[in-house]
Design a protein around this ligand. Structure first.
Ligand code: SF4
Length: 386
């Protein structure tokens, strides 16, 4: 399928001067889109790509794998089918729907933005890259994805997948965490998008067989993302022999694919030790609300203390009298990794004898799964209730 195109490309590469960056990106468009048309995954948010569905799916997909997002997306769409429903949902219910996806600020920003869209844009997403970009929680990647996929606006959507592919195609040793690197590739792709959006008759004819012209920008962006997710994969060897851009890729040509992308070393994460108490009385368990600021803000948690508390010290730490406690048993240790911090947790089940002390909120155990958002960081201790 790609033969005639690649022949042309080889001629280009045989010139004395190598391809300019914009020529290389332009040359990638056709084989990339043809590959995408044949190999793209069927995903719930792709098949019905309204602005709302594209937006919510893109926010969910940040830091989260496609397979993990699917059930969350379906549940979310069923309960909050449009922007107005999202704007009105109670925060606690929203966080419950988000529970397990992590990075809860994303959910709060969705609601904030939905409120703005309801008040200012009659409950619709505006068909303008600039207006979309101005909404809370939306950066250049998400704005580009929504604008291009939902409205056919020729704006790039450069995420980690695309950056990885780009740095490999150009054998680019710059640190991809630098905003200037992302900006550079956004610029290149924006030019290419304008180019394919005004494609000549030959390009249009080939591509229109797969994508109508008005959806080209969205499909073009998704094709880069998909190539990064399926072929130019992050860890391990990229699958260059299956890549439609093999002939264009400088790192492949030099046999250096695995050297890219280059990323400045991250600061080591801070380790925090904690002891988690699952305090039970009859069919109830103690929880408390976290502070409205900071990590896991306003979510619920089991009472816990800094450091690893000895079993014999548990009653004192919990400010309970020995006679109030039926028994204390050890629960499994657990580690939860956040972006900048790791919680190393030990845990105890504390069964009470004489009712619950006033300083704890005692809720029915089944409400932990049905009502109160308890982050997955406490998953081991939530499971201890089953
Ligand atoms: S040839 Fe290999 S390294 Fe280059 S873009 Fe394709 S998969 Fe990535």
């Amino acid at each position: 399928m790609y033969n005639s195109f690649y022949e042309g490309l080889k001629v280009l590469e045989r010139r004395d001067t190598p391809l300019e960056a914009d020529e290389r990106i332009k040359a990638a468009a056709k084989p990339l889109l043809l590959w995408y048309g044949k190999n793209r995954r069927i995903l719930p948010w792709r098949e019905e790509n309204t602005p709302y569905r594209v937006w919510v799916s893109e926010i969910m997909l940040q830091q989260t794998r496609v397979e993990a997002v699917k059930p969350y997306f379906s549940r979310f769409m069923e309960e909050l089918p449009d922007i107005r429903a999202l704007a009105c949902v109670e925060e606690e219910r929203l966080l419950k729907l988000w529970e397990g996806l992590g990075y809860y600020t994303r959910a709060r920003n969705l609601k904030k933005a939905a409120k703005i869209l309801t008040d200012k844009y009659d409950g619709e997403m505006p068909a303008s890259y600039k207006d979309i970009l101005s909404l809370p929680g939306i950066g250049s990647y998400t704005a580009g994805a929504v604008a291009s996929i939902a409205f056919g606006i020729p704006e790039p959507a450069v995420d980690g997948n695309v950056l990885r592919v780009m740095t490999r195609i150009f054998a680019d040793s710059e640190d991809i965490t630098r905003p200037a690197v992302k900006k550079k590739y956004e610029g290149l792709l924006r030019t290419a998008l304008l180019d394919i959006s005004s494609a000549g008759p030959e390009t249009s004819e080939i591509l229109q067989k797969q994508f109508p012209v008005h959806t080209l920008p969205g499909n073009y962006n998704q094709a880069w993302i998909e190539l990064g997710a399926l072929i130019c994969i992050p860890s391990g060897r990229p699958l260059c022999e299956e890549c439609p851009l093999e002939s264009l890729c400088l790192s492949k040509k030099e046999g250096r694919q695995e050297e890219f992308p280059v990323r400045a070393p991250k600061k080591p994460r801070r380790i925090e030790e904690k002891t988690v108490f699952v305090i039970e009385w009859k069919d109830r368990v103690a929880i408390r609300k976290r502070s409205a600021r900071g990590l896991l803000a306003s979510l619920y948690e089991f009472p816990n203390a800094e450091g690893h508390v000895e079993k014999k010290e548990a009653a004192t730490v919990l400010k309970l009298a020995e006679e109030d406690i039926e028994d204390i048993t050890v629960l499994p240790d657990s580690v939860h990794v956040f972006s900048h911090v790791e919680w190393h947790m030990t845990g105890y089940r504390v069964r009470l004898r004489n009712g619950c002390p006033e300083n704890y909120k005692m809720v029915k155990k089944e409400e932990i799964s049905s009502k109160y958002p308890v982050p997955s960081a406490f998953g081991v201790y939530t499971n201890a209730l089953m």
